[in-house]
Design a protein around this ligand. Structure first.
Ligand code: HEM
Length: 487
């Protein structure tokens, strides 16, 4: 009887196992069948794991990502093609429709996807890692500080910083400076001092730059590696920021008078807004720290590179430079000598902004970025499986004659006419559109104004190669011969 019962139990158990295995097997067959029914975009996945990463990185390093990697594959496979990059199956998409589809469907079909080293160095609480309500909350804080009202109050401080910078590094007779390297110092000072109200002590920029160097490095944490040095720098910055944030919190909590509050805002509107949100309990201290690090990263190399490329294109196109000079002489004539620029003045710099936009079309500071499909996506007649990466690029439209006639021709006036939405995307688009776009614009315009009206200049190396590591920069730091303009 005991044997019979044991036999019955083991029989039932075997039947159960058989039933579960059959269900799993059938559902696997069904899902593989439905997967094979889906049409993947054409393309080549390359070697196992590594895929086509080597070709991609080689092209990117030479700043020829479009010519050597993307364009070659568009010719072979069409505007939507698949590849494998850094271990991930990836679909590269091109064109305004693609940009619109993927950028505006952030959070619904895709989410932004940064390498592990970037996430670890910027912090899990930075805006780039946030979704839904917490993303909206942080964006609102940044938007109120960097919207037109916030920026209007920043104009005199930015002008003062630019003038001090020029007096320190550009004055002193005819000489050669490295324009790109110096603009990095300037944009860092503007973000750290004007926006965050933190004193830019010697060595601080280098500390931040050490973090940035590790952002796209392999996340291997052994002594001496780029990533490990970056992590060490990030820890130092974190300690410094925690002290500053706690001090600011104390000051804001103790403040009772409205006047001192306004004064404090002028000392660093964005940090003030973040710490106010911390006091209200809307954000945590870790969120304030991570977002300060992220903002410096987002603003630093991007703005400096766009300023450098604006000057490079002006040097290559003397006719455009004459038009620009006239625009700025007129603005100077409307002011008393030494009088600082106003926000209204910057609105008159229409041609300067066209020149800067056209320079960013040809030399986008950020070539594009990766997204991850959070469900199977139907696009352009193909299926992009859930979990695959999607890469949108600015080149996919900026260099396409369908959107920009004679795309290799430098023509700032093309921006007099409306541009098709999502064709011009140096600042991205959709819910993750660059939150510092207005600040970058102001920084570029104010700097261009003071240089053009105050100095004669010429490039020492007009065809200096642009290299990329991980963001683009002129390989020699852009040597420029300068001399103050004679009155
Ligand atoms: C010429 C200069 C700049 C360029 C070309 C640029 C470009 C971009 C691009 C393409 C994105 C979107 C990335 C994506 O979709 O994955 C972005 C996002 C962002 N940018 Fe900028 N940026 C510039 C300057 C700045 C400045 C000055 C700041 C702030 C001080 C800033 C803050 C941000 C932030 C916070 C985001 C993330 C927005 C979010 O995830 O919601 N950027 N930027």
């Amino acid at each position: 009887m005991a044997l019979d019962t044991n036999f019955l139990v083991s029989l039932l158990f075997s039947l159960l196992i058989f039933a579960i295995t059959s269900i799993l097997f059938l559902s696997h067959c069904k899902s593989s069948k439905s997967r094979t029914n889906k049409r993947l975009p054409p393309g080549q996945m390359g070697l196992p794991w590594i895929g086509e990463t080597i070709d991609f990185c080689k092209a990117q390093k030479k700043n020829r990502l479009y010519e050597d990697f993307i364009q070659a594959r568009i010719k072979k496979h069409g505007k939507t093609f698949r590849t494998r990059l850094m271990g991930h199956p990836t679909v590269v998409v091109n064109g305004a429709e693609a940009n619109k589809f993927f950028l505006s469907n952030e959070f619904k079909l895709v989410v932004s996807s940064w390498p592990s080293s970037s996430v670890q160095l910027m912090g899990l609480n930075s805006i780039m890692e946030k979704r839904g309500e917490s993303h909206r909350c942080l964006r609102a804080i940044v938007a109120t500080s960097l919207g037109s009202t916030g920026l209007e109050s920043l104009v005199p401080r930015i002008c003062g910083t630019v003038k001090t910078h020029l007096e320190k590094y550009w004055n002193g007779g005819a000489k050669t400076i490295r324009l790109y390297n110096l603009t990095k110092v300037l944009t860092f000072t503007i973000v750290i001092e004007c926006l965050l109200g933190i004193e830019s002590k010697p060595g601080l920029m280098e500390l931040f730059e050490r973090v940035l160097e590790g952002v796209f490095a392999a996340p291997v944490d052994f002594p001496g590696s780029k990533f490990s040095r970056a992590k060490g720098a990030r820890n130092e910055i974190e300690q410094m920021l925690v002290d500053i944030i706690r001090q600011k919190r104390k000051e804001l909590t103790e403040q009772v008078k409205q006047e001192s509050r306004v004064e404090d805002e002028e000392k660093g509107i964005l940090l003030t807004r973040l710490v106010e949100a911390l006091i209200r309990g809307d954000v945590s201290e870790a969120e304030v720290v991570d977002n300060v690090v992220l903002l410096v990263f987002a603003a630093h190399d991007t703005t400096s590179f766009s300023i450098a490329m604006t000057f490079r294109m002006l040097a290559h196109n003397p006719n455009c430079y004459s038009v620009l000079e006239k625009e700025h002489e007129l603005i100077t004539r409307g002011r008393a000598p030494g009088e600082t620029l106003t926000y209204e003045d910057t609105k008159k710099m229409k041609y300067a902004w066209q020149v800067a936009r056209e320079s960013m079309r040809i030399f986008p500071p950020i070539f594009g970025s990766f997204r991850k499909a959070i469900q199977d996506i139907e696009f352009d007649g193909y299926t992009i499986p859930k979990g695959w990466k999607v890469l949108w690029t600015a080149y996919g439209t900026h260099y396409d004659p369908m959107y920009f006639k004679d795309p290799l021709n430098f023509n700032p006036s093309r921006f007099e006419d409306p541009i098709q939405p999502y064709a011009y995307v140096p600042f991205g688009g959709g819910p993750r559109l660059c939150a510092g776009y207005q600040l970058a614009k102001l920084n570029i315009l104010v700097f261009v104004h003071y240089v053009v009206t105050g100095y004669d200049w010429s490039l020492e190396s007009p065809d200096e190669p642009i290299t990329v590591d991980p963001l683009p920069f002129p390989s020699q730091g852009m040597p420029v011969r300068i001399s103050p303009k004679l009155p």
